[in-house]
Design a protein around this ligand. Structure first.
Ligand code: NAG
Ligand code: NAG
Ligand code: NAG
Ligand code: NAG
Length: 505
């Protein structure tokens, strides 16, 4: 079967803002957890840096559909409804069922699977040495794995969105893995599940909930501790601040000062049009918060996806620090925008394309993935404390049902993780790059001999599972990936030894 890859841009659903569920003035902004950041509209660089996204996948990748159960946990008539769930297999390097050769499974996250197939390198690059089958599974409600016949129908209201959650998603993954093992007669093949970001959370939770299906998990940049009050609410922005300060004290100071400068100008009678002129906005600003939201988001994205070889953080600061003599604070900030985003006809409020991921992620963060993120006065941003009541109200207004802020920790745990998991869990790698603001909600210490934290000081979001680049990957990244592979090899070797012992009796 010929599987042709489309660029992520083609996959972005061209929704007009008025079309998407109450998109007007939706103020909840939890940064997306995508492994790559592709589709984040602020960041042209992210889109173009994956130009090879559009290169066709080799014909070794075959697409299939599994008839999936809508609701795994109830026995109501509607629970038995089915939908087609997409998965992709590459068996080129697989050692086969006779030798119980491993299966590496990639868990799709809040995006269509297509772009991941070319961006995620961990499976394809290691399949040879593991003699592994590669299996990629799409997350329900994204891409081609849409219940209720159409995307519009599936996202219509809480009645159809209600089946869109992580527990259903990992149950889907369990079903698909067992199905694939059955048709390949590979019941004894060890399975390693791999995911990045939200997909990394799913991978770690899967190993805890389905140890009989997955031998181990690689959870890359998975902030499983950014729920309830486990991680301080300002953790994310504290890291963004630290990142900028480490690149340049002057850059950090300029950003810190800029917010009150924006407020000061905005308060003048013609202030908003002055700001619109200064930042070459695409249309007149509605107010200072439109500009501030954009800048805050841009700094966050630059930190989260601070990738080699370009290192967006450095790009922003090079612009700010390199602004011409006589520039005031806001001129410098604008120079930072241009340095990062590139030369464009206009900036800040360019026409928005709302991606399928953004719409899905909004529901997910308004139902179970309540990541309490706010700011006190310790960051380079203006204070904006997290307000749970306002958050709940906003979600309720949008969807008619309130979020469940404590469900993730009730269902998967998270509090006192070392105490709880050291003797219960096993075989999970929590990998992080400490420049990634989400790393603050990750597992950063070894919990036991096989619940391992592998992090890099200069790494950012999900770097370890992205495609390798021999020319530009720094040595610490190469080493991180190698360490992860060695750990997984150890798990598999132990499994084969156990298998031989138990079945020789
Ligand atoms: C920052 O916040 C703390 C606690 O809310 C307060 O005690 C402190 O005075 C504040 N510092 C500044 C510089 O505003
Ligand atoms: C955890 O243990 C692994 C394997 O021994 C080691 O490579 C890694 O550096 C440790 N992580 C931390 C955060 O100490
Ligand atoms: C991280 O990056 C900084 C700045 O480029 C560099 O000085 C430092 O040596 C790096 N640290 C590691 C562990 O690679
Ligand atoms: C590696 O990075 C360089 C510089 O960005 C790029 O030109 C090259 O195509 C990349 N190679 C691969 C295999 O992606």
């Amino acid at each position: 079967m010929n599987f042709l890859l489309f660029s992520s841009q083609l996959l972005i659903f061209l929704l007009t803002l008025s079309n998407s569920a109450s998109a007007t003035e939706f103020k909840i902004k939890i940064p997306r957890l995508s492994p790559t950041g592709a589709g984040l509209t602020v960041d042209h660089e992210l889109e173009t840096s994956f130009s090879w996204l559009s290169s066709p996948l080799s014909t070794d990748y075959n697409t299939f559909y599994y008839t999936q159960t809508l609701d795994h946990f109830n026995y109501n008539p509607e629970s038995y409804t089915t939908f087609q769930q997409r998965y992709v297999i590459n068996s080129k390097y697989w050692g086969g069922s006779k030798s119980s050769a491993p299966i590496l499974v990639y868990f799709g996250a809040e995006a269509p699977l297509d772009s991941d197939l070319n961006i995620i390198g961990f499976l394809s690059e290691n399949a040879i040495q593991f003699k592994a089958l590669q299996l990629y599974i799409e997350h329900r409600y994204y891409g081609k794995s849409i219940p209720f016949g159409s995307w519009d129908e599936a996202l219509k209201n809480a009645g159809t969105l209600g089946y869109f959650n992580s527990a259903q998603a990992i149950a889907d993954y369990a079903d698909v893995i067992l199905h694939v093992k059955k048709i390949l007669k590979a019941e004894k093949a060890p399975v390693i599940v791999i995911g990045g970001s939200y997909g990394g959370m799913l991978a770690s939770w899967f190993r805890l909930k389905y140890p009989h299906i997955a031998l181990g998990a690689l959870a890359s940049s998975a902030p499983i501790l950014y729920f309830d009050n486990i991680t301080p609410e300002d953790g994310y922005d504290t890291i963004v601040t630290k990142d900028f300060r480490e690149v340049s004290e002057n850059c950090y100071q300029s950003i810190r000062k800029s917010w009150s400068e924006i407020d000061k100008i905005a308060a003048k009678s013609n202030g908003i049009s002055m700001l619109s002129g200064k930042f070459h906005t695409c249309k007149p600003l509605k107010g200072p918060s439109e500009l501030k939201d954009y800048l805050e988001y841009m700094y966050s994205v630059a930190a989260q996806y601070n990738r080699p070889p370009k290192y967006p953080l450095n790009q922003v600061c090079a612009g700010i620090d390199g602004a011409s003599v006589g520039s005031d604070t806001l001129d410098k900030i604008f120079a930072g925008v241009v340095s990062y985003i590139g030369n464009r006809p206009c900036y800040v409020n360019q026409p928005q394309i709302v991606s399928e991921s953004a719409v899905g992620w909004r529901w997910q963060t308004c139902s179970e993935l309540v990541i309490p993120m706010g700011r006190n006065n310790n960051t380079m941003f203006q204070p904006a404390p997290f307000n749970l009541n306002a958050y709940i109200k906003q979600c309720e207004d949008s969807y008619g049902v309130p979020p469940r802020p404590h469900w993730i920790t009730t269902y998967y745990g998270g509090h006192d993780i070392k105490l709880i998991l050291q003797r219960f869990g096993s075989n999970i790698i929590f990998s992080n790059g400490l420049k990634d603001p989400y790393s603050i909600g990750g597992v950063l210490e070894n919990l036991s001999d096989s619940l391992l934290a592998i992090h890099t000081i200069n790494g950012s979001h999900c770097l370890d599972i992205l495609r390798a680049n021999k020319t530009t990957d720094p040595s610490w990244l190469v080493k991180q990936r190698k360490t992860e592979v060695e750990i997984i090899k150890g798990w598999i070797a132990t499994y084969y030894a156990d298998l031989a012992t138990i079945f020789s009796k």
